[in-house]
Design a protein around this ligand. Structure first.
Ligand code: NOJ
Length: 729
């Protein structure tokens, strides 16, 4: 439909019809089996159901076609309904959770993954996904860290950008693609004390320099939507925040698409103490620029009256409705309301999608310890022990459209590689301590103690028989994701006890940790010869893990978040601001900015990860020692694979602005490149440093760079490398 026809359509619509384009209702209104991803607030009225412009949480080629047919028939202008879904790390084929994807440091792979997800979801009738989540996360207590790509703005920007490109492709009309939604705007990841939905207090410079960066970069790729967040930011709920949405999002970032609230967030402004009632909440959300009200019922109950009484102008309403109609038009829904739907088979998991998932898993695994080259495994007798050894629940609770019966467990993959007489499996213990609270309620196991002593006895036997034990441990999938904040971030006690008991058998121990958040791993690392983070790896988890364990692929994942010594260090991130009393590297720490009982930095820092091979960084250098704001400097290094195996390495560029009008982080990732090298091979890796990369929110409140001295590291993790120096003149 051309612009004129769209405007004519708008002019022909009644006020009620217009308002309803801004109303989203849960898919359960159309079919009870739909996924509820928020707190359901009761049935919606018939007229709302008939006219609401979009719905969420429902998929399936046949059922969506049926719903659409009925809806269009009854709609006065036959405007199609838009179907949205949380396709977060997979629809049918499930990829590693976003934090795992962050660990790949490979935006190209992440883009391919998003393309695959879009194709599968579209074939199931879905038009838009609520992804990418571009929230910066520095707090392991916040369970939604699993849905992010980590603690760094540049890494998050690259990943969010790749996802938008992958989902949307070049043209949204191409039914292999779906609309993307950058969320949760803004600063949701900074929830105070890591408690979900909690308030966020951030200075404007930290907000702009760190928290807003990934959203703004992703918005440059024209995502169809942005979603507001539940939290308040500096005292004003994000969903009613004019500064964030009008001034920054629309004016500064130039976002032209649809702004949707998070589930119920318009109505939650009443609980925040920011709106008096539903009508007031609807007014404040409209004034702040929220186009679609996701499931709070405020727009459906009050917006028409607000327009009729002049509190909201018709022009304001029209602008919002036009954005929604434009999105439907961009998707080609007016020409084909059944776009993408594959009525024959619906989306299916293919060899190709499995291969992509498998490669992504292998690239996401982060090897933290490998004492005496315990890994890769050789031909020996192996016992796979732990609640994750043969567990299909390898995906997060956000991958609800992917069926975990398709998942390959570690044990299933091991059986493909080893002779049956050389391997054994044993769960060893229950996943959780008795009555542990998860996002899915309390986990209670009848006869928990007897069950655990039986499992433990079996596991000890298996360990005594084996040469090496592969311990498969971690958090349950329902311990990360929405509403899963925790104040202790160790593996469950019952699992730690199991590990200690197994250790007594005196065998080599390789520990695999499945998790959606950084964990405290002090004890685990002491008890293990090798230690690897597997995240929530998804459908091909078992295969990807065995590819690494057996040495078919060398590990190349890097931590996208710091793993602390203790939860008491949280929020923890590598790019801290300096203090007037820095802790000396090797001197006494008294009266410096430090803890009496712990290091300042992480146990395993951002960017860290081991490989089976070794890489030498030769002659890191800068092309010049001075640069004006129109010039560039090239930072380069020769990377050589000096081991005996092919491997990939992520070369990281960090910069520090040494003296400036406002303090700058002790180092910040500026760029990174992942390369693959055969044994003995070398490659020059170079990065261009320009003035734009050196800008920050100055004391004058301007986004500018300042002349002076800068340090540069071209290195292997946020904690290593030799500083080089240049001046911006
Ligand atoms: C609530 C979550 O915060 C958000 O991430 C999700 O996309 C929506 N519900 C829709 O399910």
């Amino acid at each position: 439909m051309d612009k004129k026809a769209l405007e004519a359509l708008l002019n022909d619509m009644s006020t009620e019809e217009k308002v309803m384009q801004l109303v989203q209702i849960p898919g359960s209104e159309y079919e009870a089996s739909a996924e509820i991803t928020g707190i359901e607030r009761g049935q919606v009225k018939d007229n709302v159901k008939k006219l609401a412009g979009s719905t969420l949480g429902i998929w399936g080629s046949k059922r969506l076609r049926k719903i659409q047919e009925q809806y269009i028939k009854e709609h006065p202008h036959h405007i199609p309904l838009m179907f949205m879904l949380d396709v977060i790390h997979g629809h049918k084929t499930v990829l590693p959770c976003p934090l795992g994807q962050g660990a790949t440091f490979d935006p190209d792979a992440v883009k391919k993954g998003a393309e695959m997800q879009a194709q599968e979801a579209s074939a199931d009738g879905v038009h838009a996904t609520f992804s990418p989540m571009a929230d910066l996360c520095r707090d392991a207590r916040w369970g939604r860290i699993m849905e992010s790509t980590g603690e760094d703005k540049i890494l998050n920007s690259r990943m969010a950008t790749a996802m938008v490109e992958g989902y949307q492709g070049d043209d949204l009309k191409d039914s292999d693609h779906i609309a993307a939604c950058v969320k949760h705007y803004a600063a949701y990841g900074a929830a105070e004390a890591g408690r979900d939905y909690n308030n966020t207090e951030l200075s404007e410079h930290t907000l702009r320099e760190h928290y807003l960066r990934a959203y703004s970069e992703a918005i440059k790729k024209d995502p169809s939507m942005v979603m507001t967040s539940f939290n308040s930011v500096n005292g004003i709920p994000a969903t009613g925040n004019k500064f964030l949405m009008k001034k920054i999002l629309r004016e500064e970032f130039g976002f032209k698409g649809v702004l949707i609230s998070d589930w119920g967030a318009v109505g939650e402004m009443i609980n925040h103490g920011f709106a008096e009632d539903q009508r007031d909440a609807a007014l404040k959300a409209m004034q702040a620029g929220v186009d679609i009200d996701m499931c709070s019922g405020c727009y459906s109950s009050s917006l028409e009256d607000l327009v009729n009484t002049g509190a909201v102008s018709m022009q304001m309403l029209d602008e919002a409705v036009l954005r929604v109609l434009n999105m439907k038009n961009d998707l080609g829904l007016f020409e084909d309301p059944y776009r993408g739907i594959d009525m024959d088979a619906g989306p299916v998991i293919t060899d190709e999608s499995r291969n992509l998932a498998r490669e992504t898993v292998a690239a996401s695994l982060v090897l933290l310890e490998n004492k005496d080259k315990t890994l890769p495994l050789r031909k020996e007798k192996y016992a796979f022990i732990g609640p994750y050894a043969d567990n299909k629940k390898l995906q997060s609770s956000w991958a609800f459209s992917g069926d975990d019966k398709n998942t390959v467990t570690v044990w299933e993959a091991a059986k493909e590689v080893y002779e049956p007489e050389s391997i054994k499996v044993s769960a060893g213990c229950t996943m959780l301590d008795q009555d542990t609270m998860t996002a899915r309620g309390k986990r209670h196991v009848d006869n928990w103690e007897e069950e655990n002593s039986k499992l433990m006895a079996e596991a000890i036997k298996a360990a005594e028989w084996a040469d090496t034990v592969i311990m498969c441990l971690g958090e349950d999938f329902a311990q990360s994701g929405e509403a899963t904040s925790k104040v202790s971030i160790e593996i469950p006690n019952v699992q730690l006890n199991l590990l200690k008991e197994i250790k007594k058998a005196g065998k080599k121990i390789v520990t695999l940790i499945f998790t959606g958040r950084p964990l405290e791993l002090n004890e685990v690392r002491e008890l293990s010869d090798a230690l690897m983070i597997c995240w929530l790896p998804g459908t091909e988890g078992g295969h990807g893990i065995m590819d690494i364990l057996t040495g078919k692929v060398s590990p190349s994942g890097r931590l996208p978040v710091s793993f602390p010594y203790t939860v008491g260090q949280e929020p923890l991130h590598y790019d801290m601001y300096p203090t007037g009393r820095p802790r000396p590297e090797n001197g006494p720490s008294a009266f410096t900015s430090s803890y009496l009982d712990c290091e300042n930095g992480a146990l395993y820092p951002f960017g860290y990860g081991l490989s089976y091979t070794s890489f030498e960084f030769i002659n890191p250098k800068l092309s010049a020692q001075k640069m004006s704001d129109t010039e560039t400097i090239t930072a380069s290094v020769i990377v050589r694979n000096i081991g005996d195996m092919k491997g990939s390495v992520t070369v990281q560029l960090y910069i520090r602005d040494v003296t400036s009008s406002r303090v700058r982080p002790i180092r910040e990732l500026a760029d990174f490149k992942k390369i693959s090298l055969d044994p003995g091979a070398e490659e020059e890796v170079s990065f261009v440093i320009n003035e734009e990369m050196l800008r920050f929110w100055t004391a004058e409140e301007k986004w500018e760079s300042e002349a002076g001295k800068f340090l540069v590291w071209i290195c292997n993790s946020s904690r290593d490398g030799q500083a080089l120096e240049f001046r911006l003149i």
